[in-house]
Design a protein around this ligand. Structure first.
Ligand SMILES: [Mg+2]
Length: 309
């Protein structure tokens, strides 16, 4: 019989698995960011280890984890969602070293003085370029799903968080879709169905999720290595395909990295989903051991469990 405390430890196991899984995927994929599909595949086939490279130390994670931790710590401290606090943490980070920060996020945050200002800068960039559907929001959104039991509230918060840096509605929809998929894992629903219900007919998101649904691996590989490499739909669909087809955390994350392209972010999202499904213990110890600031990530996970509404 499942009592309150066993449900509590189950929630902690999956919540930690999600955040640790995100950070480990990010750190493992970082040295191969922008690699060709061939180079990435050969590296994975020869046995990718958490040994760093391309300017990254072993276990060092990138902007994906930095922003996800900032969001998790804000939620743990102030609930879901204090956008002024979230924006302040993002802005402070963006004005520091901000290793790996994406162009859209940088444009919204570095000169911003608060949430409203960041949002109008994000909108201005979108009006100028029409290209702000990058994966910079879906990579960080997981803590929202972990802190909230209401799907309507989760969708609202995911879109609100995304709008701080990315004005394209696809970015907010992708964040909401990732969060819905994570919540589906907790309650035993189908994550792909849950994600698809959030995309509101957006054509690229719909198409990418259909490729994941139909096990169309060549279509996802083409997205990963092509001009839509770092879009929110490519990363979301790769993460969901890894979740649905891999039999372990390690296999799914390595598959995502082996596609090349935005390897750290694809592996961060795949890692969050797989870590949530299989739990923290599924993350290989040799990858976990060198992970930067592991205790901070564990504290953030506990904070989300304690704050859950
Ligand atoms: Mg990154």
């Amino acid at each position: 019989m499942a009592g309150g405390s066993s449900q509590g430890s189950e929630r902690r196991r999956r919540t930690e698995g999600c955040l640790i899984g995100l950070a480990v995927g990010d750190a493992l994929g970082a040295p191969l960011e922008a690699a060709s599909a061939r180079e990435a595949r050969v590296t994975v086939e020869h046995g990718l280890e958490m040994s760093g490279g391309a300017g990254w130390a072993p276990g060092e994670w990138t902007d994906d984890t930095a922003m996800a931790i900032a969001l998790a710590e804000s939620i743990a401290a102030h609930g879901l969602l204090d956008e002024d606090d979230v924006a302040a943490r993002y802005i402070e980070w963006a004005n520091g070293e901000a290793k790996g920060i994406g162009a859209t996020t940088r444009s919204a945050l570095t000169a911003a003085v608060g949430a409203d200002d960041a949002r109008s800068r994000a909108r201005a960039l979108h009006e100028q370029t029409g290209m702000t559907a990058g994966n910079g929001t879906v990579m960080r959104a997981a803590p929202i799903a972990l802190a909230c039991s209401s799907s309507a509230e989760t969708t609202r918060a995911a879109r609100q968080d995304a709008s701080l840096t990315h004005a394209d509605p696809a970015a907010g929809a992708a964040s909401a879709a990732l969060c819905a998929a994570i919540q589906a894992i907790f309650i035993g629903d189908d994550p792909l169905d849950a994600a698809a219900a959030e995309v509101n007919g957006h054509p690229q998101l719909t198409h990418a999720l259909r490729s994941a649904r139909e096990d169309n691996e060549p279509a996802l590989a083409a997205l990963a290595a092509g001009p839509e490499a770092a879009t929110c739909w490519t990363t979301l669909a790769i993460g969901l395909f890894a979740l649905e087809t891999a039999d372990s955390y390690a296999h799914g994350v390595l598959w995502a990295i082996g596609l090349g392209g935005d390897t750290d972010t694809n592996a961060a999202v795949a890692g969050a989903l797989l870590g949530c499904r299989h739990g923290r213990a599924s993350v290989p110890g040799e990858w976990l051991e060198p992970l930067w600031e592991r205790e901070r990530i564990e504290r953030a996970a506990q904070g989300l469990v304690d704050r859950r509404v």
